[in-house]
Design a protein around this ligand. Structure first.
Ligand SMILES: NC(=O)c1ccc[n+]([C@@H]2O[C@H](COP(=O)([O-])OP(=O)(O)OC[C@H]3O[C@@H](n4cnc5c(N)ncnc54)[C@H](OP(=O)(O)O)[C@@H]3O)[C@@H](O)[C@H]2O)c1
Length: 252
């Protein structure tokens, strides 16, 4: 499987590390805009401009969503061109008859090594035969194939933003509350781990606890009073209201 990887950000770097582990994935070039060296430690040609791209069978684009269309417009029209975005339709590659999507449902951060084994990867392709190439790529990584069209992929991406990006932002807000009160954030880690672990046995609905669920209005008021940050006050009030409404409606 010959392919060129374009992009060396959070996902691009992890894909590079993963691809070079598998001899059946023949990485011909890796495009990193800020690269200054010409060969990586693994012997792959490292380039820093699309003008230096050589012809190959498949190009995998891991650049920010807004640059996908412009990067793809610089690639040979008859090649298989794939993007990695959850929130971008396959049609962003409409200049290419052979287009595809390879969306790993995971959060990639610098300095974190992600295990691809069993990782769900949403794939889509315009041509049946290319879907087979994508299936093979997922299989080679020992990951899990999930067939998602552009509409389904957008929905799972939205759900991913809720469970990962928003939850992490709440962790950030909680860390600030701890700092302001000279408390270590580490005190919350057993609670954070249990919040995640119990989802193996309970649905998110069943797992809900807290003052909003219990309708403990005095506690809710007391919390609101001690929140210093205006935005956090609104988030707290809106989320508490949503929990109350959702759970009282579901009981009906
Ligand atoms: N990170 C995740 O958790 C995650 C998970 C699943 C899917 N994805 C998808 O993966 C893609 C990349 O995301 P990311 O998080 O890796 O983004 P990122 O860390 O911001 O990296 C984006 C990379 O794209 C490069 N780039 C931008 N425009 C370019 C151009 N015109 N030519 C060449 N390189 C260009 C940037 O180069 P410079 O550094 O030189 O600007 C940077 O290295 C996105 O489509 C995203 O939706 C990300």
């Amino acid at each position: 499987m010959k392919l060129t990887l374009i992009g060396a950000g959070k996902l691009g770097k992890q894909l590079y590390r993963e691809f070079v582990k598998h001899p059946s994935i023949e990485l011909t070039q890796w495009l990193s805009r800020s690269a200054s060296t010409s060969i990586t430690a693994e012997g792959i040609e490292l380039i820093n401009a699309t003008q230096k791209l050589r012809l190959t069978a498949c190009y995998l684009i891991a650049v920010n969503d807004e640059s996908i269309a412009s990067v793809s417009s610089q690639l040979p029209t008859d090649a298989l061109v794939i993007h990695t975005s959850g929130g971008t339709e396959i049609e962003a590659l409409s200049r290419h008859k052979r287009r595809g999507v390879f969306y790993p449902i995971q959060s990639f951060s610098p300095e974190r090594k992600i295990n691809f084994s069993g990782l769900p990867i949403g794939i889509e392709a315009s041509e049946k035969n290319d879907l087979k190439h994508l299936e093979l790529l997922v299989k080679t990584l020992n990951a899990k194939t999930v067939y998602l069209d552009s509409k389904q992929r957008k929905a799972i991406h939205l759900a991913a933003v809720l469970v990962n990006n928003f939850t992490n932002h709440l962790f950030t807000q909680a860390a600030q509350v701890c700092r302001q009160n000279e408390l270590p954030f580490d005190l919350l880690k057993p609670l954070i781990h249990e919040t995640i672990n119990k989802l193996d046995e309970l649905s998110p609905y069943e797992a809900q606890t807290g003052p909003a669920l219990r309708n403990d209005t005095e506690t809710l008021k007391a919390h609101s009073k001690i929140i210093q940050n205006k935005e956090l006050k609104s988030i707290y009030s809106l989320l508490s209201q949503t929990i109350m409404t959702y759970h009282s409606n579901e009981k009906l």
